[in-house]
Design a protein around this ligand. Structure first.
Ligand SMILES: C[S@@+](CC[C@H](N)C(=O)[O-])C[C@H]1O[C@@H](n2cnc3c(N)ncnc32)[C@H](O)[C@@H]1O
Length: 124
């Protein structure tokens, strides 16, 4: 067991990114369902956004992405030429309080943060 004060910022936000080969495999898998809209709830620097673009999904109209770390969200947003609605915020908060304005998503892709629950802020 470790204490929060001894953990790195990277570990506390679960900032470990998916290898392109795996993101690419999953994007091609999602392509089979012909999604018009995709959600990436914790996109990091955009590994999955890249893979989705590379997969050339026909009729894909909108990607919605969330990322808590603003710098990483900026990297992700500038990494793709596909239409991305980027929410630079906590996905849990956004989903609970703001996602009701969305029409829903055909697919969800990503690799979520694996964070020890005792390290999460009380709000989360
Ligand atoms: C395991 S990384 C994966 C990033 C990306 N999905 C990938 O597969 O490369 C998890 C990401 O979730 C972000 N994150 C952590 N808590 C979050 C939250 N509550 N809302 C949105 N993003 C969060 C972290 O900053 C980190 O970039």
């Amino acid at each position: 067991m470790n204490f929060i004060e001894f953990e790195s910022a990277q570990k506390l936000r679960g900032g470990f990114y998916t290898q392109p080969v795996i993101a690419s495999f999953l994007a091609r898998w999602v392509k089979v369902s012909k999604p018009k809209s995709i959600l990436e709830p914790s996109c990091g620097d955009g590994a999955f956004l890249d893979a989705i673009e590379e997969a050339r999904i026909p009729n894909l109209k909108q990607i919605t992405a969330c990322e808590l770390n603003v710098e990483e969200a900026e990297k992700a947003a500038s990494r793709t030429s596909l239409p991305v609605k980027m929410h630079r915020t906590d996905f849990l908060r956004w989903y609970l309080f703001f996602a009701q304005n969305e029409e829903g998503f055909d697919s969800v892709v990503g690799n979520p943060p694996f964070i020890r629950y005792q390290y999460l802020p009380a709000e989360q």
